[in-house]
Design a protein around this ligand. Structure first.
Ligand code: GDP
Ligand code: GDP
Length: 435
């Protein structure tokens, strides 16, 4: 599983600035559900040599009252789930009582903590950190989250000695398909998983190493072997109420990373929330194949179904590649088809495409819809080759490629998707100048 880094510190020390820098994005996944405060951000870390999950825990405040108490509780839970903790302090403001309080809390948790004196750009690093030795967390490191000073080397040090996670890319080429089931509490993930595992043959369930608590559960269906990634502990859950207690965005993101194919479950009775959209968006960002399962379809009267279908298109517009399945995990309706789509999406993500075929499709696409003129000169795209699998990367060579409009890029991605039957997997189209 991907290692997890938690950012902690009092408000205004620069946690979200560091988060944005580490994830290289501004649109983080924001949790929005009962029992979780809205201001925690989650993302995949991109700075440093290995992939990881980053959590901005929000402010840890002293004397928390009311909603703040809930926030502090969650921040601490995120810290408990983390492999590494980055504790930010403000080198310009100096040590504050809140810093001492947080340091004290962290010292009790027995985690690997890195003390970061932020906002240290243009300041001598020894001077920037000098104030903070008294926190009892070792030597402070001076960084600037805003400018990125010191962050790269920091991240390399943070993960020194940590084992590289075996992601989906590593699993590629093996026979079994790794499947993760994600979604908000109570949408029916456990029911779906239990149906899949209950109906199908569990492979070597009683052998040593495959205990009932296993996170990776192998099973077979229609002659295909799958491994279910149950990081959320849905299989072992006794009560429905436990769903919310056990729900962890961190674990969901880890599962997504380890999977070849992700089944994103939503409840047909509920509107698609921002949280669903951003969680599934993270799957696409991570390059994993994705299917949307609209569950509890059995409870929807037939005159309501069209309305729900139309609503989905509106709320998940960026998921043009993810097929939607309407299922009943409870009754098993549509589950067989869903699993056939999982296999199809996996095959699509691993598809090999030859250069002549890709180039032929590119040429046809350009005939049907010419690339635009840029200052009187037409953009010329000459040929395409495959740059990678899982997800498929198609590299298009040509001139003036920096001027290819986004709409045209999307057009080409869709043409490639159609021609190579790449349903279910994200497709990356990259452009390279040939000169
Ligand atoms: P958070 O409340 O801990 O998430 O803090 P923010 O990331 O929102 O940052 C608080 C303020 O500090 C913002 O105005 C940031 O622009 C500023 N800030 C963050 N990092 C740096 C830095 O490295 N240098 C300077 N000069 N300002 C920073
Ligand atoms: P999870 O928290 O996402 O794992 O959700 P659960 O699998 O625990 O399901 C939450 C509730 O929805 C339970 O009461 C299930 O019986 C019910 N449920 C799950 N799938 C279906 C379905 O397809 N149809 C109906 N009517 N109820 C379902």
């Amino acid at each position: 599983m991907l290692p997890v880094v938690a950012l902690v510190g009092r408000p205004n020390v620069g946690k979200s600035t560091l988060f944005n820098f580490l994830t290289r994005t501004r649109d983080a996944l924001v949790a929005d559900m009962p029992g979780l405060t809205r201001d925690r951000n989650y993302g995949y870390g991109k700075v440093g040599s290995i992939p990881y999950v980053v959590v901005d825990t929000g402010g840890l405040v002293v004397d928390a009252r009311g909603v703040e108490q809930q926030m502090v509780k969650q921040a601490l839970r995120a810290v408990e789930e983390a492999d590494r903790v980055l504790f930010l302090v403000d080198s310009r403001a100096g040590v504050t009582p809140d810093d001492h309080y947080i340091a004290q809390t962290l010292r009790k948790l027995n985690k690997k903590v890195f003390l970061l004196a932020n906002k240290a750009e243009g300041v001598d690093s020894a001077t920037a950190g000098a104030d903070f030795y008294g926190l009892g967390l070792g030597e402070p490191q001076a960084i600037s989250a805003q400018h990125g000073d010191g962050v790269r080397s920091l991240m390399d040090e943070v993960f020194e000695g940590i084992e590289l996670p075996e992601g989906a890319a590593a699993a590629g080429g093996q026979d079994d398909i790794r499947v993760a089931v994600i979604g908000r509490p109570n949408v029916g993930k456990s029911t779906l998983i239990n149906r899949l595992l209950g109906e199908e043959r569990l492979i070597s369930f009683d052998q040593p190493g495959t205990t009932r608590d296993a996170v990776f559960v192998p099973f077979e269906r229609d002659g295909q072997t799958y491994t279910l990634i149950d990081t959320a502990g849905v299989r072992r859950r006794a009560r429905v109420e436990e769903a919310i207690e056990k729900f962890s965005v961190i674990k969901a993101l880890q599962a997504v990373d380890s999977a070849n194919v992700v089944i994103g479950v939503i409840d047909a009775h509920d509107a698609v929330t921002e949280q669903d959209a951003s969680l599934f968006g993270m799957v696409a960002e991570r390059g994993r194949a994705l299917l949307i399962a609209v569950n509890k379809w059995d409870g929807i009267p037939s005159d309501k179904r069209d309305e729900i279908r139309a609503g989905l298109d509106l709320r998940l517009p960026f998921l043009d590649f993810a097929p939607v399945h309407f299922i009943s995990a409870l009754h098993g309706t549509g589950v067989g088809e869903l699993m056939r789509a999982v296999k199809h999406a996996y095959d699509a993500s691993m598809r090999e495409m030859a250069t002549p075929e890709l180039t032929r499709v590119l040429e046809t696409a350009m005939v049907q819809h010419q690339p635009p003129l840029v200052r009187g000169r037409r953009i010329k795209l000459r040929y395409a080759h495959q740059g990678g699998r899982n997800p498929p990367i198609i590299v298009v060579h040509g001139n003036q490629i920096q001027h290819v409009p986004d709409a045209y890029k999307r057009y080409l991605a869709n043409v490639f998707r159609k021609n190579f039957r790449l349903e279910g997997t994200p497709v990356r189209v990259q452009f390279r100048a040939d000169d």
